[in-house]
Design a protein around this ligand. Structure first.
Ligand code: THU
Length: 165
């Protein structure tokens, strides 16, 4: 299958313009995150993660975790998918689905990824899934309450900080 085509596929038009997703669309997004998981480069943790993000105009970008011999440089699947979307010009999102190999629990995004999602709004959906396709839906705000975001930076700026040139 052509991977570039999968990751930029258009979703069915019935979901156009609405943040509410049909069950069919949710299932498809989860399947795409499971497909992305297969590309995981996780030789150190052996923990595969995939993500599929749905843009406001119904495009899907996928990502997997990409680890590194310098451990702290590893990249999470969610941040990979978000960065792919943003670098192609898409910044408004309806939902992201996350997949792992954990059979008994819904994969939960790490704190860094929650903050990365929050950069693009608090009111959009995150589908935490299991390999059987079942999922738990949470908003970014539920995952990261009382968050700090881009709007907060504009509240107070100090232009004449003492001891800074
Ligand atoms: N990982 C993700 O990709 N997303 C998450 O939300 C949780 C953790 C990755 C990072 C690392 O490659 C591996 O899973 C183990 O932590």
């Amino acid at each position: 299958m052509d991977k570039v085509k999968i990751s930029k596929e258009m979703m069915p038009t019935k979901d156009q313009g609405s943040r509410h997703l049909s069950q069919e669309t949710v299932n498809k997004l989860i399947l795409q995150s499971q497909e992305a998981k297969k590309q995981a480069y996780s030789p150190y943790s052996k923990f595969r993660v995939g993500a599929a993000i749905l843009t406001f105009d119904n495009r899907v970008f996928t990502g997997c975790n990409v680890e590194n011999a310098c451990y702290n440089l590893g990249l999470c699947a969610e941040r990979n998918a978000i960065s792919k979307a943003v670098s192609e010009g898409y910044r408004t999102f309806k939902a992201i689905a996350i997949a792992s190999d954990l059979n008994d629990q819904f994969i939960s995004p790490c704190g860094g990824c929650r903050q990365f999602m929050r950069e693009f709004g608090s009111n959009w959906d995150v589908y935490l899934s299991k390999p059987d396709g079942s999922c738990l839906k949470m908003t970014v705000d539920e995952l990261l309450p009382a968050s700090f975001g881009p709007e907060d930076l504009s509240m107070k700026k100090v232009f004449d900080i003492p001891n800074e040139y």
